[in-house]
Design a protein around this ligand. Structure first.
Ligand code: HPA
Length: 285
């Protein structure tokens, strides 16, 4: 199921018609359990995902499925409260909509978040991990299909998907707030099953520090299309085989929710000091 660029342009047209004066300078996508982080922003208007062509309502508990046109520290932001995943079975188009909406509006910065299982020994439930790189183990790629120039080059370079200066800025904020943090490599599998213990051992051998079912598609799409990407994982559990209890989505959400006060500090401070060169807007497409 290749991405439907016509639907993507319909999504952009629709949002532009609804909010003709919107000029978002940053995008934020909230992962499982971090829905309530939308409250840290001042909202101007909201649209349900179900109203946006190509996006559609989220089918996953803990993902509200609302696009908010909002603001924090004077930075106009499109906040995606909840994400569409490849495992939901609707193909890549809903996964790509947030990226292409931002691109259409000339936004340069996309901050992605997710809940993940911790693989590296020092990762514990409730830790926050800044992504330095990723492993795409989804067995697919949202850019498979006829080449569309709006998506970037035919063969996008991925040697540095996550902007190091943003990672460093995040690290400085964590340090200033005295919030412990980790950095690491995130591996994306399609899900919706969690991994087997053998798969987790394989992922560790492959160099993964954490594992999840998202983020990589949006990150590579955004990077290929010329956006700057930063990403943060909430380590919601230690991965399968590394903890005694079976994994449940309800526990993932509960652990992520418990980290919200720390996320708030990080987002508020980051939004206060986003560098101008990352949040200047390009002309609307
Ligand atoms: N594996 C995959 N996805 C996840 C996990 C996990 O352990 N925890 C939260 N999302």
């Amino acid at each position: 199921m290749t991405m439907d660029y016509y639907q993507l342009s319909m999504a952009a047209e629709f949002v532009r018609q609804q909010w003709p004066t919107a000029r978002p300078r940053a995008g934020l996508l909230l992962g499982s359990g971090w829905d309530a982080a939308a409250n840290f922003f001042t909202k101007r208007a909201s649209l349900p995902y179900s109203a946006i062509p190509g996006l559609g309502a989220s089918t996953v508990a803990g993902h509200s499925g609302q696009l908010h046109w909002c603001e924090a520290s004077g930075v106009e932001t499109f906040l995606f409260q909840g994400r569409r995943h490849f495992y939901e079975g609707a193909g890549w188009t809903p996964v790509g909509v947030p990226v292409f909406l931002l691109r259409h509006f000339g936004t340069q910065l996309l901050f992605l978040t997710n809940a993940a299982g911790g693989i590296r020994d020092d990762l514990r439930a409730g830790d926050l991990m800044v992504l330095t790189d990723h492993l795409n183990l989804m067995g697919s790629n949202p850019l498979i299909g006829p080449h569309e120039p709006c998506a970037g080059p035919r063969f996008p370079d991925l040697s540095q998907v996550y902007v190091p200066s943003l990672g460093k800025r995040l690290e400085r904020i964590f340090q200033a707030l005295e919030i412990p943090f980790r950095s690491g490599v995130y591996a994306a599998l399609t899900g919706p099953t969690y991994e087997t213990p053998a798969e987790v051992r394989m992922l560790r051998t492959l160099g993964a520090d954490a594992v999840g079912m998202s983020t990589v598609p949006e990150a590579l799409l955004a990077h290929a299309a010329g956006l700057k990407v930063a990403a943060l994982s909430c380590i919601a559990n230690t991965a399968a085989g590394l903890q005694a209890q079976p994994l449940t989505h309800a526990d993932v959400i509960k652990t992520a929710q418990a980290t919200l006060p720390r996320l708030r500090g990080v987002l508020e401070n980051l939004w206060k000091e986003l560098p101008d060169e990352l949040i200047s807007t390009q002309p609307v497409a």
